[in-house]
Structures are given as C-alpha cells and as structure tokens.
Ligand binder design. Structure first.
Ligand code: SF4
Length: 406
C-alpha cells in the first residue's frame, strides 16, 4: 500500500478521477513533449461518457491551451486496464505523431500506466485487516501508530495540512449561497441546513449539523473549490463532516483529529489496495461506501473504541453501501452525490455508536466486505459505473424529455 499522501490529495473538484487526474496527466505529458505543433487527447469509456459534466475537457484545456488541442470522445471503447482510459498524443508540424502516452485515471486522483503499475512505492507491509488486527493484538500498537511507523513522523505535518484544508472547505461552504453550475439549477443548501440545525435539540441537531458540513464540502467540490479527496472528490464531504462535528462537540485536540485521519486513511488504503475506490470501476460503493467506512473508523477511535470496534464500525460503513450504483445526473457531481455525502456522514456516526455498544465481535469481517464490494462492483453493468447512462441519470433525462414533448 502506498503513502496516505496518495490517498488524501488536495486539489479542486468536481471529480478526482475526471478532473484532477486528467489535469495532472496533461501537465505531465506537456512536460515530456513541450514543443508539439498539435496535441490530441482521446477519452475512453466512463471518462468520455461523463467527462463533459465532470469538466474533464476543461481540466485538460486549462493545462494545454492556448496550444493546438483536439479532444476526442470515445464512450463506446474501453482501454484494457481500466474504464477511465486516456490517450495523449503529440504531433509535429507535418502532422506526424512523435509521442504518445496511454494512461489511466484509477480513482482518487491517481494515475497509472503500464510502467507505474509495476513501480508503486509500497510503504505498508501489512495489507489486510486480519493481519493488522493480529499485529495490534500482539504488539499493542494502534491503527494510527502503525501509520506513523510506516510513514515516519513527517506524516503529521501532511495530515495537519489536510485537516486545515478540510476545515476551510466546510467553513467556506457554510458561508456561500447561490446556484451550483452545470444546468441542473440546484441551489446550495449547506448554509440554510446549518442555520436551521443550530436551532434544534439533541439528535436532530446532530444530524442536521453533520449534514450541513457534508453539504458544505460537496457544494464546494461541485463549484471547483479546493477540497481533499477522502478518498475521492465525489465523496469528499463525509469524513470532514464527521471530524468537524466531533472536533467541535467533544472539544478534541488537533492531534486527536490527526490520529483519526491516519486511521481513516489506513482504512481507505485497505479498500484501495484490495478492491477499488473508483466509481467507474465499482460504482459509488467504492467512493461514498469507502468514505463512510473511513469516517466510522475515525469516529470510533475518537470515542475511545478498541481496534476490534474500529474494524466493526468500518465494516458496517462499507457493508451497508454494498451494491450502491454511480449514476450521476447530467454527468455532474451533484445528484445524488451531494445528498449522499450527508447521508453517509450521519450513517458513519451510527455505525460508530452501534459498534461502541457492542464488544466488537461479528461474523462478517471488514476483509470479507471489501472482497464482496469488489465482486459486486465487477458484476455491476457499466450503466451503473459512472457513465450516466442508467439509473437516476436516465430517469431524470426521461423526465426532461417528456416535459419538452408536453
Ligand atoms: S454517484 Fe457516487 S461515485 Fe458517482 S460521481 Fe457521485 S459520488 Fe462519485
């Protein structure tokens, strides 16, 4: 498993796989071939199907223009290693191709090509939950302690920056009002939910505040605000919402939150290593499901749970998102994504409470659920894996078409 620096990426939304990674790829290609007379970028499968709504073309244009650029969309074709494939090509002034790069956006802003898939830097010797729990039992170590052991003490500086960006994205999102871009005419809701929630009492207040925080980040993501992938842009509201809520209500220290971020990151890394965090590969269970597991684990640690209880909370967070499809309306990261982040954040806290009420014993392990999530994702038709060709996206389009005919 790689460093948490490869999981928590700071950048602008709306999509880690469809904007962040293609933008990085375009910059990298440009560095290698800075003097081409013409560039062509071909987007395949899911990247082509939802690239316009997710602003993939804008991300690539921002990197390459004003140089000569052509973007080709091939929704029906898929490259061999992943549904999010890209082909970058460089041409000279007699239109002869002299450079190309086949590269994949594999989720959470990460890039992979044939070379890099062989040269990943593995920092974590233990790569499944069963081995981790065994090690904790024998050594007395903890999730966050293991992160420090593998990454070194420098990881705390990085996680401090991550936490600062997460907090700022919530606070900025709570301030802003207006309509989200993209044509769905969706109004920002974080501010009004927050104002109402503050007047409530007990459980409704907690749920309202957590939802407001998740909306705030997800709305910032939808408007190209700076956020942290946790583990992706689309699912970036869940973990900050839970951490911000607990930070404020339990009077926690900054280091408590950093340790919770380390634990959550380790959970996200396990899913990334043993299944996938890419909506195009396994549907939304890999994005929002993973985010819920990360947040549930972090909350359980903050509330004093044991390693087994942390594992149980993470297991529930993922288990109860199994089969969740990715069918964003209009190819935008708005419906169902924003509301879904709020639901997953409140659910993460329920998973935490449930786990703390138990002794941590349960029959289906986190490792089992991760492997079932991968199997379920592979069985999902591509309609439900970030193509916007089925599900809610299709239903919304059918409704719009019917309205036009009327
Ligand atoms: S539905 Fe889920 S996986 Fe798909 S774009 Fe939205 S948040 Fe990402």
């Amino acid at each position: 498993m790689e460093s948490l620096k490869e999981l928590y990426r700071i950048g602008v939304g709306p999509s880690s796989s469809h904007t962040m990674a293609p933008s990085r790829a375009a910059h990298d290609f440009l560095q290698k071939y800075p003097k081409a007379a013409h560039y062509r970028v071909t987007l395949f499968a899911s990247l082509a199907a939802t690239g316009k709504g997710h602003l993939t073309d804008k991300a690539i244009e921002a990197a390459i223009l004003p140089r000569s650029l052509e973007i080709v969309w091939k929704e029906e074709e898929e490259l061999p290693l992943h549904p999010n494939g890209m082909l970058f090509e460089a041409f000279d002034d007699v239109k002869k191709r002299y450079g190309f790069w086949e590269v994949y956006s594999v989720g959470g802003g990460a890039l992979m090509d044939k070379e890099s898939s062989r040269s990943v830097c593995h920092l974590y010797p233990l790569t499944c939950m069963t081995d981790l729990l065994c090690y904790f039992h024998e050594s007395g170590d903890s999730f966050w302690g293991y992160v420090e052991t593998c990454e070194g003490k420098e990881i705390w500086d990085f996680l401090r920056t991550v936490w600062e960006i997460m907090k700022t994205s919530i606070e900025r999102g709570l301030e802003r009002e207006g309509i989200l871009p993209g044509g769905l005419c969706l109004a920002r809701k974080a501010r009004s939910i927050h104002s109402r929630a503050k007047m409530l009492k007990t459980d409704m207040r907690s749920n309202g505040l957590i939802a407001a925080y998740a909306y705030a980040v997800s709305e910032e993501n939808a408007t190209k605000g700076t956020i942290v992938t946790a583990p992706t842009c689309g699912a970036s509201g869940v973990l900050p919402a839970v951490l911000y809520y607990l930070f404020n209500t339990l009077n926690l220290s900054c280091f408590d939150i950093l340790k919770a971020l380390a634990t959550a990151g380790l959970i996200g890394n396990l899913v990334k290593r043993n299944a996938s965090i890419s909506g195009a590969e396994v549907g939304c269970q890999g994005e929002v499901g993973t985010a819920c597991a990360m947040a549930a684990a972090a909350a359980t640690q903050l509330l004093g749970g044991s390693a087994r209880q942390i594992e149980y909370a993470a297991e529930m967070g993922l288990e109860h998102h199994l089969g969740l499809t990715c069918d964003p309306v209009g190819g935008l990261v708005q419906i169902p994504c924003i509301e879904r982040n709020a639901h997953a954040a409140t659910r993460a806290l329920s998973c935490c409470h449930f786990s703390l009420l138990s002794d941590g014993e349960h029959k289906i392990s986190f490792d089992n659920v991760v492997s079932v999530m991968k199997e379920t994702g592979q069985a999902l038709p591509s309609l439900y894996r970030e193509t916007s060709a089925g599900g809610l996206a299709k239903a919304y389009q059918a409704k719009k078409n019917a309205e036009k005919i009327d």
